[in-house]
Design a protein around this ligand. Structure first.
Ligand code: UD1
Length: 356
C-alpha cells in the first residue's frame, strides 16, 4: 500500500507523527511518503517539531509559505497535484483543520484518491473561523473519518455522514504527549526560564479574531495587570508578534519569549498553574494533563474539554482575564480524568483500521 501524509503546520506535526510511526512499523513494506506544504516554515515552527517528534525528513517540500487564504490554498493545491501524480498513493492522510488540510483533501478527492481525516468531526458552528470551513470540507471528502470524542459522531450524523465512515480511535495529539512524556518532564523549561513550577499562567494567542484587531492591545494590557498577581509566561506566535510591534508592555511579571519547541512548550504546560489560550490543541493537552485552561474564545469545537472539567470558556473578552486568580482559588486542587481513548494508542487504532 502507498500512503501519503500531508502536513504543514505545528499542530499537524504533533497529530500526524504517531500515525506515521504506527503505520511504518506495521506496514514496513509499504510506501510512506511525507509531504510538508511549508505553511509553517520558521525553524521554531517547523524543523524543531519534526526533529523532536521523530518525523522522518519529508519526501516533498512544497514551500508554499504565508499568504491570503486563497493564495495559500491555491499554491498548495497546485504544488501537491504533481506530487500525487508522481507518488500514485492509495490513500492520502490529512490531519486537523488548517489550510494545508483543506488544500490536500480537495486536491486528492479531485484526483480520485481516497482521503483519511485525522481529528474528524469537530465543529465550532462558527463559519467565521477559517478552521471550521477547512474541517467541514476535509470531513465531507474523506472516506475514513478518525474521531477522538463522542460529540464528533453526533456532529457528523447531523450532516448525514454514514456511521461506516466513522472510526472512534482516540486522540493522536495525546499519543505524542504520552510517547514523549519522559523527555517533556526532563526539559524543565520553567526552571530554565526562571519561573517556579506550579506558580505561573502560560499564555498563547494567535487566532485572527483576537490578534488581528484592537482586542490584542486590550488583552496584553490585561496580561500586564494579571502579572502583578501571578507570573505570566507568553511564548509569542509570529503572527501575534507582528501585530504586537509598538506596544510591548513593561511589566516585570510578564515574560515574553519566542515560540518554543514541542518539548519545551509541553514542559511549561505541565508545570503551569493554569493556561490561557485561544488554541484548539492546547485545550486538549491541558485536559489530558489536568491543568486548568481558560479559553479566550466565544465557542469551542472541543466541548469534551469543558465536560472534563479542565477548560473554561472566557468568551472573546479580554476583561475576563482579570477573573482568573479568583477562579483558580475557587477551583482549588480539583482533579479530572482524560476522556476515553485519550491513552497514547490512537495511532495504533488508526493503523489497525487502515490495514484491515
Ligand atoms: C495556522 C492555522 C491555524 C492553526 C495555527 C497553528 C490556518 C487558516 N490557520 O495559523 O488553524 O491553529 O496555524 O499555529 O490554516 N508566520 C511566520 N512563520 C511561520 C509561519 C507563519 O512568521 O513559520 C507568520 C506569517 O506572518 C504569517 C502568519 O504568521 O502570515 C500567519 O501564518 P498562517 O500559517 O497563515 O496562519 P497561523 O496564524 O499560523
Amino acid at each position: 500500500m502507498r500512503i501519503l501524509y500531508v502536513v504543514g503546520t505545528r499542530p499537524n506535526f504533533v497529530k500526524t507523527a504517531p500515525v506515521i510511526g504506527a503505520l511504518r512499523e506495521r506496514h514496513p513494506e509499504g510506501r510512506h511518503a511525507i509531504v510538508h506544504t511549508g505553511q509553517h516554515y520558521d525553524r521554531l515552527m517547523s524543523e524543531v517539531f519534526l526533529e523532536e517528534l521523530g518525523v522522518p525528513a519529508p519526501d516533498h517540500m512544497l514551500e508554499v509559505g504565508s499568504g491570503s487564504h486563497a493564495a495559500q490554498t491555491a499554491r498548495t493545491m497546485e504544488r501537491l497535484e504533481p506530487v500525487l501524480t508522481e507518488e500514485r498513493p492509495d490513500l492520502v492522510m490529512v490531519p486537523g483543520d488548517v489550510n494545508s488540510t483543506l488544500a490536500a483533501a480537495l486536491t486528492a478527492v479531485k484526483m480520485g484518491i481516497p482521503v483519511a481525516h485525522i481529528e474528524s468531526g469537530l465543529r465550532s458552528f462558527d463559519m467565521t473561523m477559517p478552521e471550521e470551513v477547512n474541517r467541514i470540507v476535509a470531513d465531507r471528502f474523506s472516506q475514513w473519518l478518525f474521531l477522538h470524542s463522542d460529540e464528533g459522531v453526533e456532529n457528523l450524523r447531523a450532516e448525514g455522514v454514514p456511521d461506516e465512515r466513522m472510526h472512534m480511535v482516540g486522540n493522536t495529539m495525546i499519543d505524542s504527549l504520552v510517547a514523549l512524556g519522559d523527555r517533556i518532564r526532563a526539559a524543565s523549561s520553567a526552571e530554565r526560564l526562571g519561573v517556579e513550577p506550579g506558580s505561573y499562567v502560560l499564555v498563547t494567542l494567535h487566532r485572527p479574531a483576537l490578534v488581528d484587531g484592537p482586542l490584542l492591545g486590550e488583552t496584553v494590557a490585561q496580561l500586564a495587570a494579571l502579572s502583578r498577581e501571578i507570573p505570566v509566561v507568553f511564548p509569542v506566535h509570529p503572527r501575534t508578534r507582528k501585530m504586537m510591534e509598538g506596544f510591548e508592555p513593561e511589566a516585570p511579571g510578564l515574560l515574553l519569549t519566542d515560540p518554543l519547541g514541542y518539548l519545551d512548550f509541553l514542559s511549561l504546560v505541565a508545570d503551569a498553574r493554569a493556561v490561557l489560550t485561544d488554541s484548539g490543541g492546547i485545550q486538549e493537552e491541558t485536559t489530558y494533563l489536568g491543568i486548568p485552561c481558560f479559553t479566550l474564545r466565544d465557542n469551542t469545537e472541543r466541548p469534551v474539554t469543558i465536560r472534563a472539567g479542565t477548560n473554561t470558556l472566557l468568551g472573546l473578552d479580554p476583561a475576563a482575564i482579570a477573573g482568573i486568580p479568583a477562579a483558580l482559588t475557587e477551583r482549588g486542587d480539583a482533579t479530572s480524568e482524560p476522556p476515553p481513548l485519550w491513552d497514547g494508542r490512537a495511532a495504533e487504532r488508526i493503523a489497525d483500521v487502515i490495514l484491515a
